[in-house]
Every structure is written in structure tokens, then in C-alpha cells.
Design a protein around this ligand. Structure first.
Ligand code: KG4
Ligand code: ZN
Length: 339
């Protein structure tokens, strides 16, 4: 079938999402974000799985309704198999299996990280421009930071990656140190708009090749503040915007510097960014600037496809459908890497 109707489900962390695609065209994408974690300053896995259990039926019904598609029209069900929180994944995986089994249609298993990268191939209109291969993609999320070379949809070579924390994790931890709430990335982005990125200097580590390291930035930020707070207890309050702008400058500057080096070495002329941190306004701007300077074609995802969503799971599932790669109903979710 050329243009199958695919129902996609994403439940790897704290967003319950369902999407419907016809071929590579997105018909609907519904996301229920879980507010329950805010008061704890991070995602509480047990609460996440319970909320997924409550959200999943209305979210799927909403996606079908918004797409104008009947349950019986669905030709395949795609789901995120991993990586993610085990209890959260189990809700989406079990739901997808039951749904596909009930309809008698194939299952498509999707890797969450591949889905983030493949979000660039979602078409929302007939004249949508999608990347060609080869393509270098910087994948930056709460749990991962990798520079990937794509030769085809599923041929992804890792050119470089973080040796410790992810970029999103560094943003979240910096925000936590300043008591700005969770997730911290969007808060830092917002407060940084009013701040001076040169107000404070945080050193970036010297890491060989195309790899990253973010745990040192977090530590130097922590020590810097600890020393200042002894003298001035209201230091964070008074310099919040400058602190956010400076730490963001440090993290984004490091991300782009290594990305530019890796792309240059690869000789590839198309560059993309993906994952939650690709929503960061400074990163988006810097990557666009890099593209103009180097004459590379740059792909920055629309905001709605940066953080977790089922549309990206649907497009990855579609490419698997085309290859006839159906998943067995016995497949378990995986929390860490592909298993
Ligand atoms: O891809 P994602 O939604 O979930 C994972 O797969 O991890 O990424 C979440 C991460 C969090 O660390 C969050 O702080 C970060 O993306 N993030 C941002 C922004 N929006 C989300 N970081 C910086 N600036 C933003 N605007
Ligand atoms: Zn993600």
C-alpha cells in the first residue's frame, strides 16, 4: 500500500502523544503533557506511567478524531519501543499491541532517538521541503547529545557524542541550581532573552575529536555560584537573566562549535538539529547563521516537533512500513539502548 494510514504512539517519558499519518503526511498530532511532575522538580517515573495510563485512550481518540479517520481505517500501529522510562514505555507498547491485534494490522517498532532525527521528514503540506542524504544531524535531548551522519533513513553513524551528561541535562541542572523549576531548558531560554551572555564566563572543556562533555560546565557553574552566594545571598535573584544568558551561551556555543567541525570534516552540505534542546532559540539562531556562513542547507524543526511527540514516531514507522519491517507482538520495550 502506497499511503497507509498509520496510528503512532509515544509514551517514553512524561508526554503522552498520538498521531495519525497518511503516508508521510501528518493528519493529526495530540500531546498530553503531565503537569504532576513540576512540584517534584523532575519526572517521577511511577507517576508518569500512571498518567500515561489515564491519558492514552483520550489522546488516541483525539488524534483519530482530529485526523478524520475511523478506527477501522488504520493500516498499521507504530510505537516507541525505547529508550525511555520502562513503566512509561510499557503503557504505550502494550496499548499499541492490543490495538494492532484488535484491528488485525501490523505493528511498527520505533527507536525514540531515530524518531527525533526523522521528524525532519514529516510533511505537513504538498510543497514541504525535506532533507536529502547524506545529512548530518545534531540530536540534543534531555538524555542524549550526538552528532549523527545519515546515509539513509536508518543508516546513522555516530560522529561524536557526549561522554557524560546530555546538553538538555546540563540546562536542567543549571536551572535546578538556580531553583528555576523543571524542565529548566525552556526557562533558561526565556530568561536569557533579557540577559547579557558575556556577563559571566564558564569555560568549555577541551574534549578530543567530535565528542562533548557537559558535566564540567555544571560543576563550574555550581562552584561559581557557591562562592558568590557566600558574599551576596541574593546573587542569583539579582543576576538571574545574566546567569541564564551566560550559561546558555556556554552550552550552545560548545554544541555549535563541535557540530561545525564535524560537518566540515564530513564534507556533507546538509545539516539538521533535532530533540528537545533544538527548541532553544539561541541554538536555532546559531545553526541558521552557521548555514549561511558556510553555504550549508540547514534544517531546524518546527517547535512542535522538537520535544517529544508521536508525529515523529509515525514518520519513522512509515519508513519501516515501506521496508516491510513489521514488529513481532512479543517484543518487549527497552529502557536504555536498542535491545
Ligand atoms: O526530546 P525531549 O523532549 O525529551 C527527551 O527525549 O529527553 O528533550 C527534553 C529536554 C529537556 O532537557 C529540556 O530542558 C530541553 O529538552 N529543552 C530545552 C528547551 N526546550 C526543551 N532546552 C533549551 N531550550 C529550550 N527552549
Ligand atoms: Zn525525546
Amino acid at each position: 500500500m502506497q499511503n497507509p494510514i498509520i496510528l503512532a504512539i509515544e509514551s517514553s517519558c512524561d508526554d503522552t502523544s498520538a498521531a495519525v499519518l497518511r503516508g508521510d503526511r501528518l493528519l493529526s498530532n495530540v500531546i498530553a503533557s503531565q503537569k504532576v511532575h513540576e512540584q517534584y522538580g523532575g519526572v517521577v517515573p511511577e507517576l508518569a506511567s500512571r498518567a500515561h495510563q489515564q491519558n492514552i485512550v483520550p489522546v488516541v481518540d483525539g488524534a483519530l478524531k482530529n485526523a478524520g479517520v475511523e478506527r477501522g481505517d488504520v493500516d498499521a500501529v507504530a510505537f516507541t519501543r525505547g529508550p525511555g522510562l520502562m513503566g512509561s514505555l510499557m503503557v504505550g507498547v502494550s496499548f499499541a499491541k492490543g490495538y494492532a491485534q484488535g484491528l488485525g494490522v501490523p505493528l511498527l517498532e520505533v527507536n525514540h532517538l531515530q524518531a527525533h532525527v526523522l521528524s525532519h521528514f514529516i510533511r505537513e503540506s504538498d510543497d514541504a521541503v525535506v532533507p536529502e542524504f547524506p545529512l548530518v544531524c545534531l540530536l540534543v535531548s534531555g538524555g542524549h547529545t550526538q552528532i549523527l551522519l545519515l546515509r539513509s533513513h536508518f543508516d546513522m553513524e555516530v560522529l561524536g557524542q557526549t561522554i557524560d551528561d546530555a546538553a538538555g541535562e546540563a540546562m536542567d541542572k543549571a536551572a535546578k541550581i538556580m531553583d528555576l523549576g523543571y524542565p529548566g531548558g525552556p526557562v533558561i531560554d526565556r530568561l536569557a532573552q533579557e540577559g547579557d551572555p558575556q556577563a559571566f564566563h564558564f569555560a568549555t572543556p577541551h574534549i578530543a575529536g567530535n565528542d562533548y562533555s557537559f558535566s564540567g560546565i555544571k560543576t563550574s557553574f555550581l562552584y561559581f555560584l557557591r562562592d558568590r552566594l557566600v558574599e551576596e545571598p541574593d546573587f542569583v535573584e539579582r543576576h538571574k537573566a545574566d546567569l541564564c544568558a551566560s550559561v546558555q551561551e556556554c552550552i550552545v556555543g560548545f554544541l555549535v562549535k563541535k557540530l561545525e567541525k564535524a560537518v566540515k570534516e564530513s564534507g556533507v552540505k546538509q545539516v539538521a538539529i533535532a530533540g528537545g534542546v533544538s527548541a532553544n532559540s539561541l541554538l536555532r539562531r546559531r545553526v541558521e547563521e552557521m548555514g549561511r556562513r558556510r553555504h550549508w542547507k540547514v534544517f531546524v524543526p518546527p517547535m512542535r516537533f522538537c520535544t517529544d511527540n508521536a508525529a515523529m514516531v509515525g514518520i519513522a514507522g512509515y519508513f519501516k512500513y515501506l521496508r516491510g519491517e513489521y514488529a513481532d507482538i512479543s517484543l518487549p520495550p527497552y529502557a536504555k539502548k536498542e535491545g
